[in-house]
Design a protein around this ligand. Structure first.
Ligand SMILES: Nc1ncnc2c1ncn2[C@@H]1O[C@H](COP(=O)(O)OP(=O)(O)OP(=O)(O)O)[C@@H](O)[C@H]1O
Length: 599
């Protein structure tokens, strides 16, 4: 894990700005500490009746100058220091986001999204507060207490000052006693917020399942339970914080009491003047806030230390999938794929997902993969995309071991339509082109036409500029699939991969899309995964997978002759289709039946 604290690194990097902010703040505090001296002069003058009315105007002018000066220097110091903390917040969030972008898919399976969000929101906020209130109040306390104490002891009365300051080490003691407690509670609060956020996020994502299985009440109960434990841990934190604050205030009150009682006696005895007494109490009232803040700052620093540790922990988790040192300087690939003796097991699974896979896909040819659910089809594709790391010397791209090909080159050479057609909450145009500026509008329209989604898009309220809801909720499953296909078709890549990408479109649209794809696929290496024989029967080679192994291979015709699993699938699908056609002669009725089967 990274050793240096994040805040220390940030502070050292911006030390001159923090120094300037501190100087401005210190000037404002010095101006502020001038006020009690004026008050002393004024009170003593009044008591001795030595002050003239004309001098009052001079005093008033001084008060005004000090007030304006204090305000100007304080606010500019504040702006400087607070601005730096906002920079820390911005940089840290960017750092976290770019770190998460590098992490492999498996990382997200082992993490609760709510916890990640809690790091990005709460932990970063705590560190910002350390830089803002923490640093500001620390400087304020250090400067104000030092100068005020020197003035109180040096110009008013040393013994009274020592007496009044006597209870104050109690504050440090309390802060020390409460430190661990508050830190533990704030950690629990952090976890509780993470759990709640995950629950809400899962609830939103799974809303249709929850509704169709009438699970609203159960979900509300689960949420209420977690919400209750969130309140409980917050209560514990509030209790500790309140006790800490009350005890601190008690100690401060004691100092104040001593000052009033002993100070009055000293005035009566004539040891100090009434002006000294007024000035002393004004200094003390100025000290109360900063002294109180010391305890708060100590706590904030403790929370900051914990947040700093958590963020460093996240940032030091190394991505498992990255360019290795010996990576070749390749900027493009032709599209030859060779898979040799590939066996693969997911970290969390005991069973092998793939066993001894051997297959060659020469540039410009197509491979189709069929097989039962869970037979390893998507796993093979995941490895080709290096979403997971394949074992060494098992996958070759243009004769290069896949790990020697830079990740950027590999992934930008593959147009991939995943099973889960994820659409972003952006316009349709942005969903197809990611960065529409890098394409001409006509190219985007062409891709949409090829994917047979153009007419559907033109029916949308703002056509290509229509904003899609989260995960593209406003489009149907089939429309989402076709937007994803358009996204792949616009990418000029030598390899195309379609993972069950036509499952949600009807057979007529499927046939139309396939016609387009055939032309596109002529010049590109393509891999098509499908449960439907009609989608893949024209492929140059077809492999049938079962339980992670290739159990049959050939072309459509040779496989039919083999009379194995493929033939059985073919017969079953042909019979089903004939039955559907005879029972439901209209396209509309067939569509409904197919939808029901999928549902
Ligand atoms: N991320 C993962 N972590 C652990 N195991 C996984 C993961 N993804 C898939 N598996 C397991 O690997 C095996 C192969 O899954 P895979 O998704 O490759 O099958 P598939 O043939 O694509 O299935 P489908 O047709 O349903 O998409 C299954 O047993 C599955 O449970």
């Amino acid at each position: 894990m990274r050793n240096a604290s994040i805040f220390r690194e940030h502070f050292l990097l911006h030390k001159w700005s923090y120094l300037l902010g501190s100087i401005l703040l210190s000037i404002s505090l010095i101006l502020q500490l001038w006020v009690p001296m004026l008050l002393k002069e004024f009170t003593d003058g009044l008591q001795n009746e030595s002050i003239k009315v004309s001098e009052l105007w001079g005093l008033a002018l001084w008060f005004t100058i000090l007030g304006i000066g204090t305000f100007l220097f304080r606010s500019s110091g504040r702006i400087y220091i607070f601005r730096m903390s906002r920079i820390l917040e911005r940089d840290l969030r960017t750092q976290l986001f770019s770190h998460w972008e590098k992490m492999q898919a498996e990382y997200y399976q082992n993490q609760r999204i709510g916890n990640l969000m809690a790091h990005a929101v709460n932990d970063v906020n705590i560190l910002r507060q350390v830089g803002m209130q923490g640093f500001f109040q620390m400087v304020e306390a250090a400067v104000l207490i030092t100068i005020a104490v020197i003035l109180m002891a040096g110009t008013i009365n040393l013994y009274l000052t020592l007496l009044v300051l006597l209870p104050l080490p109690g504050l440090t003691y309390i802060a020390y006693r409460f430190r661990t407690k508050i830190q533990t509670h704030s950690l629990k609060v952090q976890e509780a917020i993470g759990t709640l956020t995950s629950r809400v996020q899962e609830f939103c994502a799974g809303i249709s399942v929850i509704k169709t299985y009438v699970q609203e009440e159960e979900e509300t109960l689960k949420f209420a339970k977690e919400n209750k434990s969130n309140v409980e841990v917050n209560k514990q934190l509030i209790r500790s914080n309140s006790l800490f604050t009350s005890l601190s205030q008690g100690i401060i009150g004691l100092s104040y009491l001593l000052s009033i009682v002993v100070g009055s006696i000293l005035v009566m005895k004539g040891t100090i003047t009434l002006g000294d007494f007024v000035a002393f109490n004004t200094y003390l009232s100025m000290l109360i806030g900063p002294i109180e803040n010391i305890g708060k700052v100590i706590n904030l620093l403790q929370q900051g230390k914990a947040a700093d540790y958590r963020i460093r922990h996240v940032l030091s988790t190394e991505p498992e999938i990255k360019d290795e040192e010996r990576v070749l300087p390749l900027t493009f690939i032709k599209g030859n794929i060779k898979i040799k003796n590939l066996s693969f097991k997911y970290q969390l699974n005991k069973e092998y997902a793939l066993r001894n896979i051997n297959v060659s896909i020469p540039k410009g040819t197509s491979l189709a993969i069929v097989g039962k659910v869970g037979s390893g089809k998507s796993t093979l594709v995941n490895l080709l995309l290096r979403l997971y790391n394949p074992p060494k010397n098992t996958i070759y791209i243009d004769q290069h071991e896949i790990r020697d090909v830079p990740l950027k080159t590999l992934r930008s050479s593959i147009a991939y339509v995943p099973q889960d057609n994820f659409l972003f909450s952006e316009t349709i145009k942005e969903n197809i082109a990611f960065d529409p500026k890098s394409y001409q509008d006509e190219q985007i329209f062409h891709a949409a036409r090829q994917a047979h989604i153009y007419d559907d898009i033109m029916d949308c309220p703002e056509q290509f500029s229509t904003e899609l809801g989260e995960r593209g909720l406003s489009l149907s499953g089939g429309q989402r699939q076709r937007v994803s296909i358009a996204r792949a078709l616009i990418k000029p890549s030598p390899i195309m991969i379609f993972d069950d990408s036509l499952s949600a479109v009807d057979s007529k649209t499927e046939a139309n899309i396939l016609r387009t794809l055939r032309t596109e696929m002529k010049s590109r290496t393509s891999i098509i995964i499908s449960h439907r024989i009609s989608t893949i029967q024209d492929a140059d080679q077809i492999i049938v997978m079962d339980n992670g192994e290739i159990v049959e291979r050939g072309t459509h015709l040779t496989l039919l002759k083999e009379n194995g699993i493929y033939k059985k699938m073919y017969d079953q699908q042909t019979t089903e289709l004939t039955l559907v056609q005879s029972k439901f002669p209209s396209i509309h009725e067939r569509k409904i039946l197919i939808k029901r089967r999928r549902g």
